[in-house]
Write a protein that binds this ligand. Sequence first.
Ligand code: BES
Ligand code: MN
Ligand code: MN
Length: 460
Amino acid sequence: MLDAVLARADANLEASLDRLSALIRIPSISTDAAYAAECARAAEWCRMELSAIGFEATVRPTAGRPMVVGHRTDPGAKGPRVLFYGHYDVQPVDPLSLWKTDPFEPTLQTRPDGSREIVARGSSDDKGQLLTFVEACRAWIEATGGLPVPVSVLFEGEEESGSPSLGAFLDANADELRKDVALVCDTNMFDSDTPAIAISLRGLVGEEIEIRAADKDLHSGYFGGAARNPIHVLADILAALHDADNRVTVPGFYAGADEPPPEVAAQWASLPFSAEKFLGGVGLKIPATERGRSVLEAIWSRPTCEVNGIFGGYTGAGFKTVLPAVASAKVSFRLVATQDPAAIREAFRAFVRARVPEDCSVTFHPHGGSPALTIPIESPALTSGRRALEAEWGRPAVMMGMGGSIPIVGDFKRRLGMDTLLVGFALEDDRVHSPNEKYDLKSFHKGIRSWARILGELAA
Ligand code: BES
Ligand code: MN
Ligand code: MN
């Protein structure tokens, strides 16, 4: 039976690609309100595709972008009920000038070694990944008349904007969405031949800080040296966030930043991970890691503090001798294990306030906060996932730490009591969130086959 399903997935590949192209052509950027109608269009497209393969599917409005929910339970279905999650929204495309092709016109490009990739915004994150699951369902339905387990899907349109509507939506529809296990396809493989299951996700705390000094911009000839420059104040604060060992200096920051279990640490130590290659891929060679930590640990299991943006004063063409009134920065923290997002936000604010001179002021604007998540490695779904992935790829799946954040996985656990199996086929060089994002055709094809096998394993 599985052979027939896999053969069907293979035979469908060209048509699957056409469907991916159609979804990619809808510019569903969630962070920019100008694209709200496009997000609605993408949601409706997803609903239609699910209906076409026999799901009972609806588009559900929220205060922000709509959700898509679908259900299909076949008479022969057995085993755990699954809820698959993916997001149809994408990141903005800027800077547009760095794209070699139209970001929303998918182009299939052949590399020197003959392998192919789909270049477009959202090809990898997360439209290509989301469709690997839908196309796997299609293969099952077309080859056998139904799905082997009861399947529900939830597609979100606000993941790239921090999922503001998600918590309330899960609470309001808890009975409908609570299944035995959640499946998520929004993560990476270890490398292009080695599948992975994500066993941890980092949490995220974002803060924008705005420091004000004088009540207006000043001439730096009249006032420079006498009046406080808020850019200098800000620069001092940002510089103080790390010490000479690259450790974060905010008091209490490392509380709860526990190490991964020994079994996991042992697997990681044996992985053929090359820090040179990892950094070399982006034109660097000197690790900026915390003292005593490997690059792999730095991205999989250590917390960080990064300044994501800094602005103030005159940044236009030419020169202006101004002493600005305001300076601001966007700072984010990636969290691990049981670090507390609220406590870290407060500790950071106190750290900043203590460094702002009396006649200056500081305001804070929070940008989302989610704790890290650790997934138990001995759950039944994880075992099914490992088996299916090893059968498809011919080698065991790596139990990987994920540097990124997918806040919903924590919400599934906390709000619905559901564990999640995180399997993804993106690659390190997919340029997600960057110009010329791509998804390998191999990721798409074998991703579809992998989900087809996982569904089979779950039912077994
Ligand atoms: N798919 C990513 C998360 C991810 C990144 C997983 C890299 C694996 C490797 C997701 O779409 C994403 O970009 N998440 C944001 C969340 C934020 C906007 C709340 C992130 O990690 O920055
Ligand atoms: Mn994503
Ligand atoms: Mn993303």
